[in-house]
Design a protein around this ligand. Structure first.
Ligand code: AMP
Length: 113
Protein backbone atom coordinates (compact mmCIF):
# COMPACT_ATOMS: atom_id res chain seq x y z
CA UNK A 1 0.00 0.00 0.00
CA UNK A 2 1.30 3.47 -0.79
CA UNK A 3 2.41 5.83 1.95
CA UNK A 4 0.10 8.74 2.56
CA UNK A 5 0.59 11.83 4.64
CA UNK A 6 -1.48 10.17 7.37
CA UNK A 7 1.11 7.39 7.62
CA UNK A 8 3.67 10.16 8.04
CA UNK A 9 1.60 11.63 10.87
CA UNK A 10 1.46 8.19 12.54
CA UNK A 11 5.24 7.92 12.18
CA UNK A 12 5.78 11.50 13.45
CA UNK A 13 7.41 12.47 10.17
CA UNK A 14 5.05 15.44 9.86
CA UNK A 15 3.41 17.29 12.74
CA UNK A 16 -0.21 17.12 13.84
CA UNK A 17 -2.19 18.09 16.89
CA UNK A 18 -2.83 14.64 18.32
CA UNK A 19 -5.74 14.30 20.73
CA UNK A 20 -5.82 10.53 21.22
CA UNK A 21 -3.65 7.51 20.45
CA UNK A 22 -3.65 3.81 21.24
CA UNK A 23 -2.21 0.71 19.65
CA UNK A 24 -4.87 0.63 16.92
CA UNK A 25 -5.67 4.23 16.07
CA UNK A 26 -4.63 7.86 16.13
CA UNK A 27 -6.85 10.96 16.35
CA UNK A 28 -5.72 14.46 15.44
CA UNK A 29 -7.22 17.83 14.57
CA UNK A 30 -8.02 18.48 10.92
CA UNK A 31 -5.68 21.06 9.41
CA UNK A 32 -8.62 22.74 7.62
CA UNK A 33 -11.47 22.48 10.14
CA UNK A 34 -15.03 22.53 8.84
CA UNK A 35 -16.55 22.94 12.32
CA UNK A 36 -15.39 24.17 15.73
CA UNK A 37 -14.47 20.55 16.46
CA UNK A 38 -13.04 18.70 13.47
CA UNK A 39 -10.96 15.68 14.37
CA UNK A 40 -9.87 12.76 12.23
CA UNK A 41 -9.67 9.24 13.64
CA UNK A 42 -7.50 6.90 11.60
CA UNK A 43 -6.46 3.28 11.96
CA UNK A 44 -2.74 2.72 12.23
CA UNK A 45 -3.25 -0.03 9.67
CA UNK A 46 -3.11 1.71 6.27
CA UNK A 47 -6.50 0.76 4.81
CA UNK A 48 -6.99 3.13 1.83
CA UNK A 49 -10.79 3.26 1.78
CA UNK A 50 -13.66 1.76 3.77
CA UNK A 51 -14.41 -0.59 0.85
CA UNK A 52 -10.90 -1.98 1.17
CA UNK A 53 -11.57 -3.15 4.74
CA UNK A 54 -11.84 -6.90 5.16
CA UNK A 55 -13.70 -9.15 7.56
CA UNK A 56 -10.54 -9.30 9.68
CA UNK A 57 -10.87 -5.51 10.16
CA UNK A 58 -14.31 -5.71 11.76
CA UNK A 59 -13.13 -5.11 15.31
CA UNK A 60 -10.82 -2.31 14.16
CA UNK A 61 -13.68 -0.51 12.40
CA UNK A 62 -15.79 -0.80 15.52
CA UNK A 63 -12.89 0.54 17.55
CA UNK A 64 -12.70 3.64 15.36
CA UNK A 65 -16.39 4.39 15.91
CA UNK A 66 -16.21 3.72 19.63
CA UNK A 67 -13.25 6.06 19.99
CA UNK A 68 -14.90 8.69 17.80
CA UNK A 69 -17.80 8.84 20.22
CA UNK A 70 -15.53 8.97 23.24
CA UNK A 71 -13.44 11.74 21.69
CA UNK A 72 -16.51 13.81 20.76
CA UNK A 73 -17.71 13.45 24.33
CA UNK A 74 -14.35 14.37 25.80
CA UNK A 75 -14.29 17.47 23.59
CA UNK A 76 -17.67 18.51 25.03
CA UNK A 77 -19.80 17.67 21.99
CA UNK A 78 -21.23 14.34 23.03
CA UNK A 79 -24.84 15.53 22.62
CA UNK A 80 -24.54 16.44 18.93
CA UNK A 81 -21.84 15.62 16.45
CA UNK A 82 -21.49 14.13 13.02
CA UNK A 83 -19.28 11.33 11.76
CA UNK A 84 -18.32 11.27 8.08
CA UNK A 85 -16.38 8.73 6.03
CA UNK A 86 -15.74 9.74 2.43
CA UNK A 87 -15.08 6.75 0.19
CA UNK A 88 -13.44 7.55 -3.15
CA UNK A 89 -12.62 10.78 -4.95
CA UNK A 90 -16.19 11.11 -6.19
CA UNK A 91 -17.36 11.29 -2.60
CA UNK A 92 -14.73 13.83 -1.63
CA UNK A 93 -11.96 11.58 -0.35
CA UNK A 94 -8.60 13.27 -0.83
CA UNK A 95 -6.36 11.24 1.49
CA UNK A 96 -6.37 7.53 0.77
CA UNK A 97 -5.86 6.30 4.29
CA UNK A 98 -9.20 5.49 5.91
CA UNK A 99 -10.35 8.22 8.30
CA UNK A 100 -13.48 9.10 10.23
CA UNK A 101 -14.23 12.81 10.42
CA UNK A 102 -15.69 13.92 13.77
CA UNK A 103 -17.45 17.26 13.40
CA UNK A 104 -19.17 19.22 16.11
CA UNK A 105 -19.98 22.65 17.45
CA UNK A 106 -22.32 23.90 14.75
CA UNK A 107 -25.60 22.90 13.13
CA UNK A 108 -25.61 20.25 10.40
CA UNK A 109 -28.11 20.08 7.58
CA UNK A 110 -29.64 16.95 6.05
CA UNK A 111 -29.22 15.74 3.38
CA UNK A 112 -25.49 16.42 3.57
CA UNK A 113 -23.85 18.33 0.74
P1 AMP B 1 -11.08 13.54 2.96
O1 AMP B 1 -11.39 14.68 2.01
O2 AMP B 1 -12.29 12.85 3.50
O3 AMP B 1 -10.07 12.59 2.37
O4 AMP B 1 -10.42 14.21 4.24
C1 AMP B 1 -9.07 14.50 4.33
C2 AMP B 1 -8.91 15.51 5.41
O5 AMP B 1 -7.56 15.56 5.79
C3 AMP B 1 -9.32 16.94 5.03
O6 AMP B 1 -10.36 17.37 5.89
C4 AMP B 1 -8.04 17.72 5.20
O7 AMP B 1 -8.26 19.03 5.69
C5 AMP B 1 -7.28 16.86 6.19
N1 AMP B 1 -5.84 17.02 6.17
C6 AMP B 1 -5.04 17.05 5.09
N2 AMP B 1 -3.76 17.19 5.47
C7 AMP B 1 -3.75 17.23 6.82
C8 AMP B 1 -2.72 17.36 7.80
N3 AMP B 1 -1.42 17.47 7.47
N4 AMP B 1 -3.09 17.39 9.10
C9 AMP B 1 -4.38 17.28 9.46
N5 AMP B 1 -5.39 17.15 8.57
C10 AMP B 1 -5.08 17.13 7.26
Amino acid sequence: MSTTLFSKIINREIPATIVYEDDQCLAFRDINPQAPMHILVIPKKPIPKIVDAQAEDQALLGHLLLKAGEIATSEGYGDAFRLVVNNGAGAGQTVFHLHVHILGGRGFSWPPG
